[in-house]
Design a protein around this ligand. Structure first.
Ligand SMILES: NC(=O)c1ccc[n+]([C@@H]2O[C@H](COP(=O)([O-])OP(=O)(O)OC[C@H]3O[C@@H](n4cnc5c(N)ncnc54)[C@H](OP(=O)(O)O)[C@@H]3O)[C@@H](O)[C@H]2O)c1
Length: 255
């Protein structure tokens, strides 16, 4: 995949030699690796970002499974910039790495991909430490020594990789379609650039408002909120309960 192009705010992608002087503000093209991207949440995010022209590499423990999922998305969206790789190989190509594995595989997966990160990459952790990942209830949380899955990710990640936590309350069910998503995404990070990159990426999903959730330790709260949303899903027999925060200034938010 060629990775030296830019997105312009006219919604078009240009290679440097094609860039017209009238293209306006440009976005540097980046590669997003989705570790565990064959699953429901990772595939949903991959699909939504492929839809808006991002370059996506689906990661899996099995390269052929990743390639098959990437091919399915490319079939839905001809021209999509999407491929599949084994997880560590996907990470090695990426500027942004999104971790979408069950909590039971969190530490092991981070150990596996640790040496493959590009220096300065951003790691976005979506993991919710639900008791269901170890055979318990989906409406209960596991205790995590570091405080949250995201803080565990920060402990395992290389020092030159900044971590953000996001997407905990954005259901895979909502991501798999093409409809506008009616949901806010809380982004937590101790790193200004990681927060900015993650908020911008979240807001590329139509309908999502990215909310600055503050430092990474706040992920303790946003991860826990998912257990409540699952419990409400069960009670109302629905699948895509999300959250919207009220009282925020519209001028600072995009939806
Ligand atoms: N589903 C949602 O609506 C939702 C919403 C918000 C956040 N999340 C979070 O996103 C993460 C993924 O959720 P999901 O529903 O997509 O999960 P999932 O479908 O159960 O698993 C995602 C992928 O993780 C990989 N995986 C599974 N077990 C593994 C293991 N033992 N070791 C390494 N990799 C393993 C698998 O990929 P390969 O077999 O191809 O390697 C699988 O396709 C979870 O942490 C969840 O809390 C989910």
């Amino acid at each position: 995949m060629r990775s030296d192009g830019f997105w312009a705010n006219n919604g078009r992608f240009y290679f440097p030699e094609e860039m017209p002087s009238s293209a306006g503000e440009v976005y540097v093209k980046r590669t997003i690796a989705i570790v565990g991207g064959t699953g429901a949440e990772g595939s949903g995010l991959a699909w939504r970002w492929a839809l808006v022209g991002e370059t996506v590499v689906i990661g899996s423990r099995d390269a052929s499974r990743a390639a098959a999922r990437a091919a399915e998305i490319a079939k839905r969206m001809p021209g999509a910039c999407i491929e599949g790789r084994e997880n560590a190989a996907a990470v090695a190509e990426a500027d942004i790495v999104v971790l979408t594995v069950p909590f039971s595989a969190h530490a092991e997966t981070l150990r596996h991909i640790k040496s493959s990160f590009r220096p300065g990459a951003v790691l976005i952790d979506t993991t919710v430490p639900l008791a269901a990942t170890v055979g318990g209830k989906a409406t209960r949380m596991l205790g995590v020594w570091q405080g949250s899955a995201a803080e565990q990710a920060a402990e395992f990640a290389p020092k030159n990789v900044a971590v953000a936590a996001a997407f905990h309350a954005l259901s895979a069910e909502l991501l798999e379609g093409e409809e506008r998503v009616d949901c806010d995404v809380v982004v937590c990070s101790n790193d200004e650039n990681a927060r900015k990159v993650t908020m911008e990426l979240a807001a590329r999903i139509e309908g999502v408002r990215a909310i600055n959730g503050g430092p990474l330790e706040t992920a303790r709260l946003s991860e826990q909120l998912t257990a409540l949303l699952i419990s409400i899903n069960i009670r109302y027999k629905v699948h895509g309960v999300g959250i919207r925060f009220t009282g925020l200034p519209d001028s600072e938010l995009k939806a």
